[in-house]
Every structure is written in structure tokens, then in C-alpha cells.
Design a binder for this molecule. Structure first.
Ligand code: HEC
Length: 160
């Protein structure tokens, strides 16, 4: 019933209806939690894994310049603050439901978040202050990175 009403109102107003957006509340605090349980800091926050899960506010979701190398070449966890800095909240929700990337970014996990997760994540990211610099551009296969990198090649099956 609620779903139906939301769909009808969305159709009439041409925009999502925040009060009916999802199961949870929408807040910066919840966005922080989504970023932790969603695993975003694992790759996008420098020092997070090494410190046993501490988030340095200056580095939170600002990307890491450690590459991930596999058959796709080498990719770098993007500066999410920078990516969102020129997007409205509504534009981010649309983007998050449809974007794709190269590995190992689990874009399908972001696509599966509900709208209140995404709006909360957006508000948390935008609360983080100065975006800071972009991370290195992705490299095609066969090009040697100038940075440290993890090798994420899939395991090779033993022969015979
Ligand atoms: C296993 C490491 C890993 C995890 C976990 C991860 N990311 Fe990523 N992310 C990456 C990499 C690497 C890229 C760059 C992919 C590329 O170049 O195609 C990326 C790219 C992105 C981009 C695209 C930025 C752009 O410039 O287009 C967004 C947005 C993003 N990640 C958000 C998230 C969010 C939100 C989470 C948590 C739900 C998350 N990531 C979890 C590694 C990761």
C-alpha cells in the first residue's frame, strides 16, 4: 500500500517522496554507518585496514593511491568526496542505482542499497569537508603503475 502510494506520488510529482523513501531514517550518522558496514572505507579510506578500522577524518572516503591490478589493468579507489562534490543528492541516488566500474569496485552492492541508505551516505560524504585531490587515473593492462599496487589476479587452475 505504501509502495503503491509512493509510486503514484512519484509519478505525479516527478520526484522521489522523502517521507516514503525507505525503511530507515536519513541522516549523516546513518551515512557513516552505511559506509562502514557497506565496506567503502576498506578501499576508499587510507589507513583504515592498517589501523584496525579507525577512520582518520582527513582521509575518510578521499580515495587511496594504492592500485588494484588484474586482467582489467590497474584501478584506484576513487576520491568519493570529490565525485559527489558536484552532484545533487537526487543526482547521486540516480547515479548510484545505475553506475558500473572496473573491478574490484563492488558497484552492484551500491546499486542494491535502498534509497535511505544512499541519501544518508550522500549526506555523510558531503559533511566531510574539503574533497582533496583526485586519485591516479586507471591504467590499461600491460602498463606499469608508478604507485604501489595490490595484485588481484584471479587464481590460476593447476594443470593436469
Ligand atoms: C575492494 C575495494 C573497493 C571497495 C570495497 C569499494 N570500492 Fe569503490 N572503487 C574501488 C575502485 C578500485 C574504484 C575505481 C574503479 C574504476 O576505475 O573503474 C572504485 C570506484 C568507485 C566509485 C566511482 C568513482 C568514479 O570516479 O566514477 C564510487 C562512486 C565508489 N567507488 C563508491 C564506493 C562505495 C560507496 C563503496 C561502499 C559501498 C565502495 N566504493 C567500496 C574500490 C572499492
Amino acid at each position: 500500500m505504501r509502495m503503491t502510494l509512493a509510486v503514484v506520488l512519484t509519478g505525479v510529482l516527478g520526484a522521489p517522496v522523502p517521507a516514503l523513501a525507505g525503511a530507515g531514517d536519513i541522516s549523516v550518522a546513518r551515512g557513516l554507518q552505511v559506509s562502514i558496514t557497506g565496506g567503502c572505507n576498506d578501499c576508499h579510506t587510507a589507513g583504515y585496514n592498517e589501523s584496525g578500522g579507525k577512520i582518520d577524518p582527513a582521509k575518510a572516503l578521499a580515495g587511496t593511491a594504492i592500485g588494484w591490478q588484474g586482467p582489467w589493468g590497474t584501478t584506484y579507489p576513487a576520491n568519493i568526496r570529490l565525485k559527489l562534490s558536484d552532484m545533487t543528492e537526487d543526482a547521486f541516488v540516480q547515479y548510484a542505482k545505475t553506475f558500473t566500474t572496473k573491478p574490484p569496485m563492488p558497484f552492484y552492492n551500491v546499486q542494491a542499497m535502498d534509497e535511505s541508505d544512499l541519501r544518508s551516505l550522500y549526506r555523510y560524504v558531503r559533511s566531510l569537508g574539503d574533497p582533496g585531490p583526485a586519485m591516479p587515473a586507471a591504467l590499461p593492462p600491460g602498463v606499469a603503475p608508478a604507485t604501489p599496487f595490490y595484485v588481484a589476479a584471479p587464481p590460476t587452475m593447476p594443470k593436469g
